[in-house]
Design a protein around this ligand. Structure first.
Ligand SMILES: Nc1ncnc2c1ncn2[C@@H]1O[C@H](COP(=O)(O)OP(=O)(O)OP(=O)(O)O)[C@@H](O)[C@H]1O
Ligand SMILES: [Mg+2]
Length: 926
């Protein structure tokens, strides 16, 4: 019979179901072991025991069973809206033991793999363990500590859930977020495993007592609560027993990670208080199992050290590579103006068209709450009457006044406040100038990296339909984009920690039940999101680190099917840190991580997946993933930039050997950024580029972006380094290295072949490598041509006045906003002109391209027309082709007209911006 090999919990539960008395079962198990038939037989044959079981097959009333019913997850909330949500929660597992039942360690170790297999099948419906799960469990069975590093969504939770089932003891899980604990308890309850969470979010004060009495298989705690409960937990360890301490999302331990939480760094108390030397009843230290999906080598070492994990800790490292994720980087201003371009594909997929065929009706009626309160999701019925430009970005009002929900505040804060605010930092935990910790412990390489480029099999696979998550950095933007998408019939909603809790809960529910398809969220929609069919993760704006990026991107494609991870970033800009309170040391670390992220985006030649997994210290076993934009589009053409590299190096060198302070004219605040930087100040890259432009006619019109990219390449080659003691996202005050100077000396011998970086490509044109300023744009520099053009356009009238601030809102509502011209309102006039000049340059370039396209489309259109004429046929295919060609031509024309309008606006507002662009106007004092 099956019961022969089930664990003690199962045997007892089965026997209780049959109606036997608990104390009799325990006594019988002691006599005959964990076999249901033998236990039954023993009880029935023992007259003493039989007395209590006159009619064993008739169920005993609960109170005589000395059992407690496993509380529903909702019992943990003092909520009066229980009825509304009861359907969320399945019937809980029937019972948990009210009395501790110590299982012998030998029971667990024997034949554990088969027992695990049975338990998995019973509770989760899986047939087998993954190899890393098996390895983690075997560490636990051998009483060893274990650090599990496995990709997002790979199934790390199972590693600590199984020990609870297998041993009959309690597993204590330390988790950073109440929402995460809530989600996991919910899932476990559904799988018939008793679990609870403790901490500030738990308002039912009986739960803690019950948990410390051993009534739950799995107890989730946040670190603060754990520190408070050391003594009760010690008692629990000595009574029912604690099988394992699992520290989930353990990268939070390390200040070198992307999500440091000071309370996590105090978790060494686990080793101190739950070791065999401290608790006499223990034969072994209670094992620690630390789990994360994002940890660099440095973070891994820090975890081992901070938690005081044993020297024999088994580091279970799986490949971080997710072969079904298609990584892409796209250039975008990531502002309201670029929504139309960036989200057109998304709208096509999730928008009205598709929803009309599907269940739009249901969406509109069922989700009327979202619709009527408009801030987090909008009605698709708005679509027809609103244009993209009508999105009111001032409306950031999240008041949620649903009569139905008013006064029904959930009494438990299952979602943290300020989850999307970068964590505060406990300065006492940061040692200035501290070297990265080193454990002297060799971390193993990945145990089972995939051998073949699996991307091949996804190459021909279409992207299936499934939900999407868009990550943005500000709360305001979540609602702005959600509204924009809703206007086109996309079932979208905003999610950020500033929204009312009930609202967030509904978004969660909508997402999991597929009534919402696109969630626009801050990082608050974070850890523990485990939905298998997420098809797209879009980052709209720069992430703060590659760790955070990969963890968020990893929420896509957990079903193993193809999924897209697209990062939209303004390649002409540099990322900046989100405001947070950080110590100096942590700021440095944050900048290093931000810089790594910047370099990932700017890279054009190395497979994205390779860059990412190697970032986490893994050897990528393939050359390419075959899916990412770099693999599919190929790297750009390599260029020999020997001359440019030498010129930059020479300029850097020339300005670094300057010892005479009077000769260094960088005190000008426009150039150096500050008047007070002191005389030993080095020129920054911008100043150096101006010097190059002044000195070399050939480079007069080169873009700073181009030099920025080149400086990065020179830094990678080790030819220059950052001369400032601060860390910058990109080298700012370059200083030549010996290697760099050697290169200059050997100028005639060495080539400098490189793949231009993404920002360099922005400015580069095939036939004019250094000119980002079109002929047409150059024409404006000539006063006569300019006069003629303005005359022709009837626009040589007075420049427009700067709009008054009170009309700002109105201006925003109008289609083409001129606000982009005045987006830096407080800077000096000269700088403003420069900004305008830069914009003019970009617009002119774009216009040139647009005009070329118009001409091309026109030609195609004419060609098809002439074909029709010559064939004297009314061939429908040709007619369709000519209509299509006309449509594309018109589109291109429209675009060109819009660009022209913008250009005129810039020129009329700043007529001399052209001069600035050509560097004719010198800054004050230069
Ligand atoms: N052995 C297995 N076979 C099949 N599916 C599994 C197995 N183990 C876990 N899973 C499934 O994998 C999914 C992800 O599991 P889980 O939430 O534990 O991932 P995770 O590694 O903790 O992810 P994250 O890094 O986001 O926390 C779950 O839906 C789980 O049911
Ligand atoms: Mg997890």
């Amino acid at each position: 019979m099956e019961g022969n090999n089930t664990c003690s919990d199962q045997v007892i539960a089965e026997m209780i179901e049959m109606g036997f008395e608990y104390s009799n079962i325990v006594e019988a198990i002691k006599e005959v072991g964990l076999s249901v038939p033998r236990v039954v037989e023993h009880i029935l044959k023992t007259p003493k025991l039989q007395e209590h079981n006159k009619n064993p097959l008739r169920r005993q009333p609960l109170r005589t069973c000395r059992l407690v019913r496993q509380s529903k997850i909702f019992d943990h909330f003092h909520s009066n809206d229980v009825q509304e949500h009861t359907e969320d929660f399945p019937d809980p597992i029937p019972f948990v033991l009210s009395e501790p039942f110590q299982v012998q360690d030998s029971d667990v170790a024997s034949d554990w793999e088969r027992k695990v297999s049975n338990l998995m099948q019973k509770h989760f419906g899986f047939s087998s363990l993954k190899s890393f799960q098996k390895e983690a469990l075997s560490s636990w069975v051998g009483h060893k500590d274990c650090l599990v590093l496995a990709a997002t969504g790979s199934g790390k939770s199972l590693c600590f859930q199984i020990p609870a089932l297998l041993s009959g003891k309690v597993v204590v899980v330390i988790s950073p977020l109440i929402s995460l604990m809530h989600d996991q308890c919910l899932k476990l309850t559904k799988h018939g495993i008793s679990a609870c969470f403790l901490g500030s979010g738990q308002l039912d004060n009986t739960v803690e007592k019950k948990a410390m009495g051993g009534l739950y298989n799995i107890v989730y705690v946040c670190p603060e609560t754990l520190l408070r409960l050391i003594q009760p937990l010690q008692k629990l360890a000595e009574s029912r027993g604690i099988a394992l301490f699992a520290i989930d999302e353990v990268h939070c331990v390390s200040k070198w990670g992307h999500d440091f939480r000071p309370d996590y760094s105090r978790l060494s108390v686990l080793r101190e208080n739950f070791s065999a030397s401290k608790l006499k009843s223990l034969k072994f230290d209670i094992p620690l199992m630390a789990l994360t999906a994002t940890a660099t080598k440095r973070v891994q070492e820090d975890i081992l050290k901070s938690l005081r994990m044993s020297k024999e800790t088994n580091v279970v490292l799986t490949s971080f590579f997710r072969s079904n994720l298609r990584f892409m980087v796209k250039d975008s201003r990531t502002s309201k103006a670029s929504y139309a371009k960036d989200f057109c594909e998304l709208i096509e997929v999730y928008g009205r068209k598709q929803n009309i065929d599907g269940n739009e009706k249901a969406f509109m009626s069922d989700d009327s709450d979202y619709v009527s309160h408009g801030s987090d999701a909008c009605s698709s019925s708005d679509t027809d009457s609103v244009s993209p430009d009508d999105v009111d970005d001032n409306q950031d009002d999240y008041a949620y006044k649903d009569d139905f929900l008013m006064g029904r505040e959930l009494s438990v804060e299952f979602l943290e406040n300020d989850m999307d605010v970068v964590q505060n930092v406990d300065k006492s935990h940061v040692i200035h100038g501290e070297k990265p910790p080193h454990m002297g412990l060799e971390l193993p390489e990945a145990i089972d990296p995939p051998k073949k480029p699996e991307g091949l099999k996804f190459l021909k696979e279409p992207l299936e339909h499934g939900p999407a998550i868009i990550y943005v950095s500000t709360r305001k933007e979540t609602s702005r984009i959600a509204k924009y998408l809703c206007m086109f019939g996309v079932k979208a909603a905003a999610y950020n920690a500033g929204l009312p809790k009930l609202n967030l809960r509904r978004v969660h529910k909508g997402f999991h039940e597929n009534t919402l398809e696109v969630i626009v969220a801050t990082i608050a929609f974070g850890m523990g999101i485990d939905k298998s069919n997420v098809r797209r993760i879009i980052h709209y704006g720069w992430p703060q680190s590659l760790e955070a990026y990969y963890q968020e991107a990893g929420r896509a494609g957990r079903d193993g099917k193809l999924a897209d991870c697209i990062l939209y970033a303004n390649l002409a800009s540099k990322p900046s840190l989100l405001p947070s309170r950080k110590s100096e040391e942590q700021m440095k670390q944050a900048y290093i991580m931000l810089s790594d992220c910047f370099r990932y985006v700017m890279n054009t030649s190395c497979c994205r997946a390779k860059t990412l997994v190697e970032y986490f210290g893994e050897d990528f076993s393939h050359q390419k993933c075959l899916l990412c934009d770099v693999c599919t589009n190929g790297p750009p053409q390599r260029l020999n930039l020997k001359e440019e590299a030498c010129i930059l190096l020479q300029t850097v060198g020339a300005h670094n050997v300057c010892n005479d302070p009077l000769d260094c004219s960088y005190e000008d605040d426009i150039y150096s950024g500050s008047k007070h930087r002191g005389l030993r100040e080095r020129p920054n890259l911008k100043v150096l580029v101006v010097k190059i432009r002044q000195q070399y006619q050939k480079f007069l019109t080169t873009d700073i972006l181009w030099w920025r990219g080149l400086a990065r390449l020179l830094e990678i080659k080790g030819f220059i380094r950052e001369g400032d003691d601060k860390i910058h996202v990109q080298v700012k005050y370059p200083e030549p290295t010996e290697l760099g100077m050697e290169f200059v000396k050997s100028m005639s011998e060495q080539d400098f072949y490189v793949y231009p970086e993404a920002d360099m490509l922005l400015t580069r044109k095939s036939n004019k490598p250094f000119s980002s300023f079109s002929e047409w744009g150059r024409g404006w520099a000539d006063p006569e041509i300019r006069r003629q053009r303005l005359e022709k356009m009837n626009l040589n009238k007075k420049p427009k006045m700067l709009p008054s601030p009170k009309n700002k809102r109105q201006r925003r509502r109008k289609g083409f906003s001129t606000s982009f011209l005045f987006c830096v309102p407080n800077i000096k006039k000269w700088q403003r002109k420069q900004v305008a000049a830069q914009k003019l340059k970009i617009v002119s370039e774009a216009l040139e391209v647009a005009e070329e396209r118009v001409v091309r489309f026109q030609e195609r259109h004419d060609r098809i027309l002439s074909q029709i004429c010559s064939s004297y046929l009314t061939n429908t295919e040709l007619l369709e082709a000519v209509t299509g060609a006309r449509a594309t031509m018109n589109q291109a024309l429209e675009f060109a007209v819009e660009l022209r309008k913008i250009q005129i606006k810039i020129i009329t507002s700043f007529p001399d911006s052209i001069d600035v662009l050509l560097d004719k106007t010198k800054p004050r004092g230069a």
